[in-house]
Write a protein that binds this ligand. Structure first.
Ligand code: F6R
Length: 620
C-alpha cells in the first residue's frame, strides 16, 4: 500500500528519495517522509498530506541540512493510525539512532508495544510500525546482538508477525541499509556504485534497469558496491535477477494532463503487448506454466477471484470460458471467497486476477484455494509480485506501469489475458477446433487497431459530458457482455467524480431500478451487436425505449451501422464492428473518457488520485 525507497550510493540521498517518492505517490499519498544518514547521525523529516507538504517542510528546514548518501523514504496510505505528522514514516527509535520505514501490517504490534512501554519507552505515534524502530535500537544496545546491526535486524524481523517490508537504517552504520520482507514487495535496483530498494521499480527506474526480486522472508543488506540476500535465520538466499523493460517515460505523464488519460491512450499497446507471443504454430500458450495441458484438461470447474475492475474483467472471463469451454465458471469478489467455504477440489482452476499482484483480498483467496487443493492461475501486471509468486501458473498482462489509481489500460489488458486463458482451456479440453481458436485469436489481434480509431471519440464524449451539466446520479445498463462494461463504467464514475452511479443488467431494470428513472436522469446504455444474438439486441432497444419514455437522457454506445437505436438516443457514440465477445474491449473506452470529463467538471482536478483510494490495497 505504501511506497518505499532506499538508497546507498554516491549521490545526495534527499533529492533522490524525493524524486522516487514523487513517482511512487500513487501507492499511497496521505503522508510522506525521508531520513538521511551521515556522519553517525540520522536526520529525518516527515509531513502529513501530499508530497508537496513534505517538500515545503524540507525547504523550510533547508535541504543542506539533510546531507548524506544513504537514505530511506516512504509515502503512506494509512492503516494503523490517522494520517498525521506523527504517524508518517520514517519512525525513529527512542535513542535517535534508528530510522525505519514500513509497508504492511505488524499484526502482533500490540504486545510488542506493551513490552516496550514496560521498559519505559514512550510511543510517539499510533502506528503498528514504530515498534520496529525501538526493538532494533534495544537489540543493538543489549544482549547477544549488541553492537551487531545485522544480527539485531534479523532478531527483530523474527519477532514480527503479519505482512511487512521494513527498511532499517542505523546511525552507527551510515553506509548501509538492512531490509526484510514478508508478503509485501521489495525489489533491489543494482546500479554502478550505487544500490536501490523500492516497493516497485518506479522508485529507481531513472538510474538502473537491473533489478533483483527478493523471495518470501528474505533480508537484504545493501551497501554502495554490493548487496547480500539472507533468509530470516541468517543463511544465504538467492534473489531473482531481471531486466526492467519499462523506461522512465512510461512512468511519467508523456504530455497528457493526467496519468489516467495517458493510460487510456496506451490501451492499444497494452492489449497488443498482452496478446503478443501467446499464439504460435497454431497453439495458445500461457507464461510461467506449472500447469500442463493434461492439468488443464482435467479441470472441470473454474472459480474467478478478483476485486473492483479486475472483478469486472473476471465477469467477462466467465462469459468467455463458459461459451468456449463449456465448463461452469463461478465468480466471486475475492474478499468474500474464503469466508464462504466454496466447494473446491483438485479439478478446480482458480483464476486470480490482479493488476498489482499485491491485493490482500485476492492473495488470501489464492492461499485458501491452494489449501483446498485447487490449481491457481494468476493474471497479473506486476512481475515478481506476491500473487503470481504463490500461484501455479501466471499469465502476465503487459500494460506497463499503471499510475492512475482508477484502472484503465490494466483492465483492458486483463480482459484480453482472460480470453487467452479461455482459449488455452478450450485448446486443452478440445472444446474448440484449432481453426476456431485461430479465428478468435485473429479477432482479438484486430482489437488494438480498433481501440486506436475509437480514441477519437474523446472529443465527442467531452462535449456530451459538458452538455449533461450537473449530474447527481447516473445509471449504466448493458446485457450479456455489455453488463460488466456497465458495471465498470459506473465504478469509474464513482471513483473519479464522486457521483452516485450504478450498473444494471438492462433486463433487470423493470424489476426495481426503473423506479429511479426521472426527467433528465442520464442513462448510459451499452448495446450488443445487432449481428450477434439478435434477440438480445432487440430486447435492449425496447429497454432504451422504456427509459426514454420516463424522461431519461440516453447516452447510447452502439456498433457502427446499428441504425435501430438511432431514434432513442439523445447521444450516440459509435464503436467499430467486432464479434460480440470482443465488444467490451471497445465499449469500455468511451466510458473511461466520460468519467474523466465529468470528474473534471465536478472540480476533481487530480483524477489520478481519487480521494480515499490507493492503487494497491494490501489490507483485507
Ligand atoms: C478500479 C480499481 C480497483 C482495482 C482493485 C483491484 O478502478 O482500480 O477497483 O481494480 O482494487 O486491484 P488489483 O487489480 O491490483 O488487484
Amino acid at each position: 500500500m505504501c511506497g518505499i525507497i532506499g538508497y546507498v550510493g554516491n549521490r545526495q540521498g534527499m533529492p533522490l528519495a524525493l524524486d522516487a517518492l514523487r513517482r511512487m505517490e500513487y501507492r499511497g499519498y496521505d503522508s510522506a517522509g525521508i531520513a538521511v544518514a551521515d556522519n553517525h547521525q540520522i536526520n529525518s523529516v516527515k509531513r502529513a498530506g501530499k508530497l508537496r507538504n513534505l517538500e515545503d517542510r524540507i525547504a523550510e528546514i533547508g535541504e543542506e541540512n539533510f546531507h548524506g548518501s544513504t537514505a530511506i523514504g516512504h509515502t503512506r496510505w494509512a492503516t494503523h493510525g490517522r494520517p498525521t505528522n506523527e504517524n508518517a514514516h520514517p519512525h525513529m527509535s527512542f535513542d535517535g539512532k534508528v530510522a525505519i520505514v514500513h509497508n504492511g501490517i505488524i499484526e502482533n504490534f500490540a504486545p510488542l508495544r506493551e513490552e516496550l512501554q514496560r521498559k519505559g519507552i514512550e510511543m510517539m505515534s499510533e502506528t503498528d510500525s514504530e515498534v520496529a524502530a525501538h526493538l532494533l535500537a534495544l537489540a543493538y544496545q543489549e544482549g547477544e546482538t549488541a553492537g551487531n546491526f545485522q544480527a539485531s535486524a534479523l532478531a527483530v524481523l523474527n519477532r514480527l508477525e503479519g505482512a511487512f517490508t521494513l527498511l532499517f537504517m542505523h546511525a552507527d552504520h551510515p553506509d548501509q541499509i538492512i531490509a526484510g520482507r514478508r508478503s509485501t514487495p521489495l525489489i533491489v535496483g543494482v546500479g554502478d556504485n550505487e544500490m536501490f530498494l523500492g516497493s516497485d521499480v518506479a522508485a529507481f527506474i531513472e538510474y538502473t534497469k537491473n533489478a533483483v526480486e527478493l523471495g518470501q522472508d528474505n533480508v537484504v543488506v545493501l551497501r554502495q558496491h554490493d548487496f547480500e540476500i539472507l533468509n530470516f535465520d541468517g543463511s544465504p538466499a538467492q534473489g531473482r535477477a531481471f531486466t526492467i523493460d519499462w523506461d522512465l517515460a512510461a512512468a511519467e505523464k508523456g504530455g497528457f494532463d493526467s496519468f489516467m488519460l495517458k493510460e487510456i491512450h496506451e490501451q492499444p499497446a497494452a492489449v497488443r503487448d498482452t496478446l503478443a507471443g501467446h499464439y504460435h504454430n497454431g497453439r495458445v500458450t500461457l507464461d510461467e506454466q506449472n500447469l500442463s495441458d493434461e492439468d488443464l484438461k482435467y479441470i472441470d470447474q473454474v472459480f474467478v477471484v478478483a476485486c473492483g475492475s479486475a472483478y469486472h474483467s473476471g465477469l467477462l472471463a466467465k462469459y468467455a470460458i463458459e461459451h468456449w469451454v463449456r465448463i461452469p465458471v463461478q465468480i466471486e469478489v475475492a474478499s468474500e471467497f474464503r469466508y464462504r467455504d466454496p466447494v473446491l477440489d483438485e479439478r478446480t482452476l482458480v483464476l486470480a486476477i490482479s493488476q498489482s499482484g499485491e491485493t490482500a483480498d485476492t492473495l488470501e483467496a489464492v492461499r485458501h484455494a491452494k489449501s483446498q487443493g485447487a490449481k491457481v492461475l494468476a493474471v497479473c501486471n506486476t512481475n515478481g509480485s506476491q500473487i503470481p509468486r504463490e500461484s501455479d501458473a501466471v499469465l502476465y498482462t503487459h500494460a506497463g506501469p499503471e499510475i492512475g489509481v482508477a484502472s484503465t489500460k490494466a483492465f483492458l489488458a486483463q480482459v484480453a489475458a482472460n480470453y487467452i486463458v479461455g482459449l488455452a482451456l478450450a485448446q486443452a479440453k478440445g472444446t474448440k477446433y484449432p481453426d476456431e481458436i485461430a479465428e478468435i485469436y485473429r479477432s482479438l489481434e484486430e482489437i488494438p487497431a480498433k481501440i486506436e480509431s475509437l480514441l477519437a471519440c474523446e472529443d465527442q464524449v467531452t462535449d456530451i459530458a459538458q452538455l449533461l451539466g450537473a449530474v447527481r446520479t447516473m445509471l449504466f445498463l448493458g446485457r450479456g457482455v455489455g453488463y460488466p462494461v456497465a458495471l465498470e463504467g459506473a465504478l469509474k464514475l464513482k471513483e473519479l467524480a464522486y457521483i452516485h452511479a450504478e450498473g444494471f443488467p438492462a433486463g433487470e431494470l423493470k424489476h426495481g431500478p426503473i423506479a429511479l428513472i426521472e426527467d433528465d436522469l442520464p442513462v448510459v446504455v451499452v448495446v450488443p451487436s445487432p449481428r450477434g444474438v439478435t434477440l438480445l439486441h432487440s430486447k435492449i432497444v425496447s429497454n432504451i425505449q422504456e427509459i426514454r419514455a420516463r424522461g431519461a437522457k440516453t447516452i447510447v454506445i452502439a456498433e457502427e451501422g446499428d441504425t435501430a437505436v438511432e431514434p432513442y438516443a439523445n447521444w450516440l457514440i459509435r464503436i467499430p464492428e467486432t464479434p460480440s465477445m470482443m465488444q467490451p474491449l471497445l465499449a469500455t473506452v468511451p466510458l473511461q473518457f466520460l468519467a474523466a470529463e465529468i470528474a473534471r467538471q465536478c472540480g476533481n482536478e487530480d483524477i489520478d488520485k481519487p480521494r480515499n483510494l490507493a492503487k494497491s490495497v494490501t489490507v483485507e
